[in-house]
Design a protein around this ligand. Sequence first.
Ligand code: SAH
Length: 211
Amino acid sequence: MTSQRTRARMIERLRTQGIVDEVVLAGMNAVPRHIFVEEILASRAYDDVALPINFGQTISSPYIVARMSELLRASSRLGKVLEIGSGCGYQTAVLAQFAHEVYSIERIGPLLTRTRTRLRELRLHNVRLKHSDGLLGLPEAASFDGIILTAAIAHVPPPLLEQLAIGGRMVFPKGSQDQYLCVIDRNPQGYTETILDEVRFVPMLPGILKG
Ligand code: SAH
């Protein structure tokens, strides 16, 4: 149920769902998704569903992870990436397959502790995790070629826009009740925003939770 064959089937399904970036598909084929969920849910890890990961949060469905990764990569090499909302770390691990460096911020301390252990087991040496409020971004590591938010927000905080490199791209779920995937590209003239698919994410929340 959690074998390489199950993972290969997930990749084939992603292709039929319209994911075409082979680098993203190879990245998702390399990451064992079942270790990111509770053992009791492991048999459903490769289904196309979001699953609970404690603290009222969810691991996004494989399709959403693939779609956002594909949008973020935009078919080019990714240098430094910032993820806001590490959660269980699955999207983080996928990003680490094709970005040079991944910084990921999570506000819930105990969730991050488990994610840290998991990512260490996978020996992902190009990932840096931080317990912080992602709404502030990570000025000490900026600028970023890609910024991905895995929780929904109505308006992007200015520090995040500033930390996006020129030529960089941000992908996130925009809105509160009705949410849409949104892409912001930064070019020398400013920012351009594109609204895409309707989606459903947990909300981005301010501040941090200690364990
Ligand atoms: N990519 C994750 C998605 C987890 S759900 C996964 O696949 O598991 C979204 C995550 O965003 C939650 O873990 C939530 O705690 C976190 N989050 C919400 N607001 C945040 C903020 N201001 N800073 C950092 N993380 C935040």
